[in-house]
Design a protein around this ligand. Structure first.
Ligand code: SF4
Ligand code: FES
Length: 247
């Protein structure tokens, strides 16, 4: 396939960015989207030009690093996949593809397509953990019964990879889907219940501090989430937050 790529180029966080057009040729339909970007970068390097910076690590849908806005959609036109799992067979020969960074005030652009998502780390650090006494008295985790339904719901919430597509998809740049998944994975389990009130209050406070917008229930986040994180998590977090704030 031969493609036209319109890519956001920005030298650094302070510079003003702009869209730049590139042509790439001989792209196989079996290539992943990131492999197609590798081909472009090889061509740019061969011409002595600066390659396009983009984030990636595992390239198998588990780390959450890759995050491109492709033709206006986080992770592109496929469903339930990250950018690294998106294949070029989703496009046609002669297509023009628009590639931008995830756009949100709380995700400032660092360079080209790379954004700073440490705001997510700070939300996680505010309470996304359980405190365990490891001084020798630790209770065997298997001795605490967990009902199957709660275990499954907690597991599904824990599949969030922190990619940020939910934020990029939301017209309010809300991080409610991410935060609620991180809250739910603990609050659904007896081990996480102990700190549930403190956790939900602290994580929501940090989310607001980072400058994410409010949730208005449009549901774009759930549609674009590569891991199918459910809106139910947001409803659960809202209930938990209300309960914790009136205590
Ligand atoms: S909720 Fe989904 S879209 Fe949002 S960060 Fe987690 S995996 Fe990514
Ligand atoms: S590079 Fe790890 S999820 Fe895409």
């Amino acid at each position: 396939m031969n493609l036209t790529l319109k890519i956001w180029r920005q030298k650094n966080a302070e510079a003003k960015g702009k869209m730049t057009t590139y042509q790439v040729s001989d792209i196989s339909t079996d290539m992943s989207f990131l492999e197609m970007m590798d081909v472009l970068n090889e061509q740019l390097i061969a011409k002595g030009e600066e390659p396009v910076a983009f984030d990636h690590d595992c390239r198998e849908g588990i780390c959450g690093s890759c995050n491109l806005q492709i033709n206006g959609e986080p992770h592109g036109p496929d469903r339930g996949v990250t950018t690294c799992q998106l294949h070029m067979r989703k496009f046609k020969d002669g297509d023009t593809i628009v590639i931008e960074p995830f756009r949100a005030k709380a995700f400032p652009v660092i360079k080209d397509l790379v954004v700073d998502r440490t705001s997510f780390d700070r939300i996680q650090q505010a309470g996304g953990y359980i405190s365990v006494n490891t001084s020798g008295n630790t209770q065997d985790a298997n001795s605490i019964p967990v009902d199957k339904e709660s275990a499954d719901m907690s597991f599904y919430a824990a599949t969030c990879i922190g990619c940020g597509a939910c934020v990029a998809a939301c017209k309010n740049a809300s991080a409610m889907l991410f935060t609620s998944a991180k809250v739910s994975q603990f609050s659904l389990l007896p081990q996480g219940e102990v700190e549930a009130d403190r956790r939900v209050l602290a994580m929501v406070e940090q989310m607001d501090k980072e400058g994410f917008g409010n949730c208005t229930n449009t549901g774009a986040c759930e549609i674009e989430c590569p891991k199918g994180i459910s809106l139910e998590n947001i409803a659960r977090m809202n209930r938990d937050y209300l309960k914790a704030s009136v205590k």
